[in-house]
Write a protein that binds this ligand. Structure first.
Ligand code: 5AD
Ligand code: SF4
Length: 463
């Protein structure tokens, strides 16, 4: 059961604010920080809070790790390569610290919540100053104060589900775009996935807290928000479900609303209908299918069938014909035969996603799938994923080509690194468009005539 969030008490938050002030007093000169964020949007949002707290403590952002006095890794463990990347980076930091002994190295995030991982780091990497997890990240100021005053390694990871800390400082990455958490954790236990073990059980923020954050962003001029949760469809805040929450967020008149991630088993008709009703809800949906074969879906514990998934796609397109769908797909789940993989290929042909994020299955310790026999070689899996990537690229390109000639509303978010007279932005459906224009357009929504399609992006002309 999804439950209402338990909040970090007011006293505990005041305590952390006091630690922020104490750290600020401790700093004798200008100190800088650099955060490396690995993994998903939830981690990006967490890093925004960690940055906010660091700035409140008197640190300023450094562009590179080499320039920083404090380096923080916000880690991910969803696949083994994410973990290897973090460990590889941390070893590199050891060298950096040899030349710069005052450097503070902190490691937080999902990987620290894995059983035995923090202990392993404590033993093997004594040069790491601070280790903490996702559930206690709000206590970062206190931990940092300890490290600065004791100059000793400090590690603390909580195994209980995190309480939600409201009102912490945030440094947003963009003045026009904002991530807003609606819930934390996951109850689904898909058999391959480590997330429920490291992020804990589902807990929702209250409707009021979500709306307050959205209103603040709107008043600051944010043009697009992304509501975040591991499975937003099971949001339940003070009796309101996710569709109801969306209607309330829509009423705030923020130009663009998106959300992720949706579990197909919980995608309600009410939510599908919201795509027709809500003018600010952008016509795109990330609806991970993971596999196209029913036996594999069952072994994955996804609790929907291929047929049910395709029915959802049909309903969505009936309500919102130009909806762009994206997906996550795992190739090489333990025991997946070639014939079963072909079912994934045929599903991709049938759905015609705008984009699909494809992953080779990676065994995660503690999950059910890690114990399942897996007779197929990595070569076989690599060949399969390449076929899937090629198929998806061809479909994505065909979709982009079909948009040539259209006039699209584009929210401009970037200026080209190579040409200061070229800017880029996203259509309502989520496609990237590049066109001639100057940087004053950033943060504005403009009409662009689509003139040609590249493999992944569109080109256009401002009209
Ligand atoms: N191996 C490969 N991919 C995985 N994902 C989650 N766990 C694993 C794993 N063990 C993928 C899923 C999920 C996305 C965020 O990562 O496709 O939707
Ligand atoms: Fe992992 Fe499944 Fe939860 Fe997504 S829904 S976070 S894949 S367990």
């Amino acid at each position: 059961m999804n439950r209402e969030a338990i909040h970090v008490s007011e006293e505990k938050l005041i305590e952390q604010k006091a630690y922020m002030a104490k750290v600020k007093e401790t700093l004798t000169s200008n100190k800088t920080y650099h955060i490396v964020t690995l993994g998903c949007q939830m981690n990006v949002r967490d890093s925004e809070t960690l940055s906010g707290m660091l700035e409140e403590m008197g640190f300023t952002a450094a562009n590179t790790r080499e320039e920083a006095d404090l380096i923080l890794y916000n880690t991910c463990c969803v696949r083994e390569n994410a973990e290897n990347k973090a460990l590889g980076n941390v070893i590199w930091l050891k060298e950096l610290k040899k030349d710069k002994p005052e450097l503070i190295i902190a490691v937080g995030g999902c990987m620290m919540q894995e059983e035995g991982m923090a202990d392993k780091l404590i033993r093997q990497y004594p040069f790491i100053d601070l280790i903490f997890g996702t559930h206690n990240a709000y206590r970062f100021p206190e931990y940092l104060y300890r490290v600065l005053s004791d100059r000793q390694q400090f590690a603390e990871v909580f195994n209980i589900d995190g309480e939600i800390a409201e009102g912490l400082p945030v440094k947003r990455q963009s003045p026009y775009f904002g991530f807003v958490n609606v819930m934390y954790g996951c109850n689904n236990f898909c058999s391959y996935c480590i997330v429920p073990y490291v992020r804990g059980r589902e807990r929702s923020r209250s409707v009021e807290d979500v709306l307050d954050e959205c209103k603040r962003l709107r008043d600051q001029g944010v043009q697009e928000i992304m509501l975040l949760g591991q499975n937003v469809n099971s949001y339940m805040g003070g009796g309101a479900n996710f569709a109801e929450l969306l209607y309330r967020v829509n009423a705030l008149e923020i130009p663009r609303i998106r959300f992720m991630t949706s579990h197909p088993k919980d995608l309600s008709d009410e939510l599908i209908y919201a795509y027709k009703e809500l003018e600010h809800l952008m016509p795109n949906l990330h609806l991970p299918v993971q596999a196209g074969n029913n036996e594999i879906l069952e072994k994955m514990n996804r609790r929907y069938s291929r047929e049910r998934y395709l029915e959802l796609v049909m309903k969505l397109r009936a309500v919102c014909p130009d909806i762009g769908l994206t997906s996550d797909i795992i190739v090489g789940f333990p025991g997946e035969t070639l014939a079963q993989f072909e079912d994934t290929m045929s599903l991709v042909k049938e759905v015609r996603y705008d984009a699909a994020y494809t992953f080779i299955y990676s065994p995660r310790q503690g999950t059910k799938a890690a114990l399942m026999p897996d007779p197929f070689t990595i070569q076989e899996k690599t060949e399969r994923i390449q076929r899937l990537i090629d198929l998806q690229q061809a479909i994505s390109y065909e979709t982009l080509l079909s948009l040539v000639g259209n006039t699209e509303e584009v929210l401009v978010d970037s200026v080209s690194l190579r040409n200061e007279n070229a800017v880029g932005g996203k259509t309502r459906r989520g496609h990237m468009v590049n066109f001639e224009g100057n940087m004053n357009l950033i943060g504005k929504t403009v009409s662009v005539k689509i003139t040609s399609a590249g493999k992944n992006t569109l080109r256009g002309e401002l009209i």
